[in-house]
Design a protein around this ligand. Structure first.
Ligand code: FEO
Length: 389
């Protein structure tokens, strides 16, 4: 697909992927490589190894008997570098990457004979009649990551930044629908990029002075509409600040329905207090869907039953995952039902605090099944400790 004169998107679509290193991807994803034709043929990134057929078929249709002269690797993670070795073997192309990218790719492919040009932050480089500027973007999403700006066309190849895991035949975000694509972009940011907010702010500063007419990410759809470009940059600024949102999230895992009753009481109280409240039952929802809502959360209420002296395993998995994602400035409270091991909730509260939440009060726990009185007390405590302060 020609995105702009002599700039093509080679979109290897991964229709089947349901889990991207722990992140649920019910809509699949795509690995977007880009070809710039000119005095030199320049490829930006490749695709995951098992998309070989799709990728090379599309590349071949675009270049015919010509060869690739340069491969720019914005990011060495294997979803984008998986076919670099095969591209270089076929065409003897020169690799262009960041110094960290060189280190990583040499350790991935163990091939020391490649011709490699490393680029520094802000460096301008002409390859044939095409001139690029490179911006190193460490930790967005790996230490090696960089963005590539095609100067004369004012387009930014942003690598993982501004991407979405969303498989579709359309190429542009505005063809799919902004609500869907912004929601998937938020899920992507929350699950992949959130720990690196400081790094994201540096990237935004670096590209802040660029005249950008199109953002071409390495996953999902392309941002070409100026309103969408402005919006997604503003969203990244807001997400990178780790500011809490306005929602109350009620996240629970239940054995026999008692913790569920408590979750429902929490929901009713939150709605009564005019919060936009959402419920997530970990028995049926993936942890990455809950993380997707975390940028919008002001308060998170975690509920679990106790099994073998521990909270339930999906809740423990969520809290471990959240500890790595480093959301900040959100308040939390806990609730749950137990049989005989009430003290096990001490560990629950510790995990919630270690996941970065502010939890000024101990939670509310009930033995076996909560009766009306217990639910009333739960509501009163929730109001006085969390919702109305
Ligand atoms: Fe899409 Fe960090 O790779």
């Amino acid at each position: 697909m020609e995105i702009m004169k002599n700039v093509f998107c080679i979109k290897a679509i991964d229709w089947d992927i349901e889990n991207f290193h722990g992140y649920s991807t019910p809509f699949g994803t795509s690995y977007n490589a880009y070809l710039i034709k000119g005095e030199k043929n320049i490829l930006i990134d490749t695709a995951k190894y098992y998309c070989e057929f799709d990728f090379f078929e599309k590349l071949q249709n675009l270049i015919g008997s010509e060869k690739i002269d340069f491969v720019i690797s914005n990011h060495s993670e294997m979803d984008h570098s998986g076919l670099i070795e095969k591209v270089i073997e076929r065409s003897d192309a020169t690799l262009v990457c960041s110094p960290k990218g060189k280190e990583n790719l040499e350790k991935h492919f163990h091939n020391k004979s490649w011709k490699i040009i490393t680029v520094e932050n802000g460096q301008i480089l002409s390859l044939g009649n095409t001139t690029f500027q490179f911006f190193l973007t460490p930790m967005v999403h790996w230490p090696d990551s960089m963005c590539t700006y095609l100067i004369d066309k004012k387009i930014l190849f942003s690598s993982d930044a501004f991407g979405q895991h969303f498989a579709c035949t359309e190429f542009f975000a505005d063809q799919v629908g902004s609500d869907i694509i912004f929601r998937e972009a938020r899920k992507y940011y929350a699950n992949i990029v959130n720990p690196y907010g400081t790094a994201v702010r540096k990237v935004l500063e670096a590209i802040g002075n660029l005249d950008i007419e199109m953002i071409l990410p390495a996953h999902g759809t392309i941002w070409r509409n100026m309103r969408d470009i402005k919006n997604i940059i503003e969203k990244y600024e807001a997400w990178a600040s780790n500011r809490p949102g306005e929602k109350v999230l009620i996240v629970y895992e239940t054995m026999w329905g008692s913790t569920r009753k408590m979750a429902e009481k929490c929901y009713v109280e939150a709605v009564k207090n005019n919060y936009n409240a959402e419920m997530f039952n970990l028995g049926v929802r993936d942890i990455s869907d809950i993380v997707a809502e975390m940028p919008e959360a002001r308060i998170v209420l975690f509920g679990s039953s106790i099994l073998h002296g521990q909270i339930l395993p999906k809740m423990a998995g969520l809290l471990t995952y959240l500890a790595g994602l480093r959301f900040e400035k959100r308040k939390a409270w806990t609730f749950g039902s137990y049989g005989w091991a009430r003290l096990s909730f001490n560990g629950f509260e510790t995990l919630v605090k270690e996941a970065g939440f502010e939890m000024p009060y101990s939670g509310f726990y009930v033995q076996f099944v909560p009766d009306e009185r217990a639910l009333q007390i739960l509501g009163e405590q929730l109001n006085s400790k969390i919702l109305t302060v």
